[in-house]
Design a protein around this ligand. Structure first.
Ligand code: ADP
Length: 263
């Protein structure tokens, strides 16, 4: 039952009365559960063929010397759009499986440095296509006690956003730091930025900032809410610092115990 309450005051501000209304929302909850099951099923079914397409396109792209330039260009477009579709499907699946943001984490001793390097490597072709320089500052190895798959998702979301919301000729810097009391992952760009009033809502599901709408940059507003859930489920936090037209800086801070446990 959903309950709402209102109170009424006299002209002078005194208490006049209160009304309490209860609505049966069983049907609504059932409809939402069916929607989540449907989205989860469809996204799950889409994953296998997409993985196959991505695999074969990347094999074709390896034949750079044998293929005409025009075909290479077209294959690159297919690769870019399939990667985007893959990310979208992964986000939808995650959202349908864990609509409340809570998600199981499978912790192990993992090298966060290696994960960050791999994600940056994966983002390089997209950065090159956008004319963005991708800079990486990262220790050779940084052991942490965390979920490897989820953290790859965090780095991938932040780096792909930084590239997507950058302007040609800009720079994206990805930095992993081990501090005395915490581990920090900082992803900064010199892109379109986010106005102050939108910054507090960025981590809300399906929210998109005004600048992204104005410039018609594609997205659905799920990546950051998933990123926040993953970071928080590891006891960490995520912060944003941004200025429209100057760029954005996302900082993930993980508590020290995450590094201690793993050493
Ligand atoms: P999506 O990019 O699919 O819309 P996200 O949840 O990843 O979804 O991001 C939410 C919103 O936050 C984006 O729509 C965009 O408005 C804003 N945003 C995220 N990262 C950046 C960034 N690096 N620069 C500017 N805006 C950003």
């Amino acid at each position: 039952v959903s309950v709402s309450a209102r109170h009424a005051a006299t002209e002078s501000g005194g208490f006049l009365g209160a009304a309490l209304a209860g609505t049966d929302i069983t049907d609504l909850m059932q409809a939402l559960a069916v929607k989540d099951q449907f989205v989860a099923l469809v996204s799950h079914e889409l994953r296998t063929p997409l993985t196959s397409i991505v695999g074969y396109v990347s094999i074709l792209l390896e034949d750079e010397e044998d293929l005409p330039e025009r075909v290479m260009r077209q294959l690159t477009v297919i690769a870019r759009n399939t990667e985007r579709l893959q990310r979208l499907v992964a986000d939808l699946l995650q959202e349908a499986q864990h609509p409340d943001g809570a998600m199981p984490v499978d912790r192990a001793r993992i090298d966060l440095g290696g994960i960050v390097r791999d994600c940056v490597h994966t983002a390089r072709p997209a950065a090159e296509r956008t004319g963005v320089e991708l800079v990486l500052r990262c220790p050779s190895v940084l052991w942490v006690d965390a979920d490897a798959h989820r953290f790859a998702q965090v780095v991938d979301n932040l780096v792909s956003n930084a590239v997507k919301y950058s302007l040609a000729g800009g720079q994206v810097a990805v930095e992993l730091r081990a501090r005395a009391t915490e581990v920090q992952l900082i992803v900064s760009d010199a892109g379109i930025g986010i106005c102050e009033s939108d910054q507090s809502q960025l981590f809300t599901r399906f929210f998109r900032a005004q600048e992204a709408h104005d410039r018609a940059i594609q997205g659905i507003g799920l990546g950051l809410s998933i990123t926040k859930s993953i970071v928080e489920s590891h006891g960490g936090r995520i912060e944003v610092d941004s200025e429209p037209g100057r760029g954005s800086r996302f900082r993930v801070v993980l508590p020290l115990h995450i590094a201690r446990l793993a050493s």
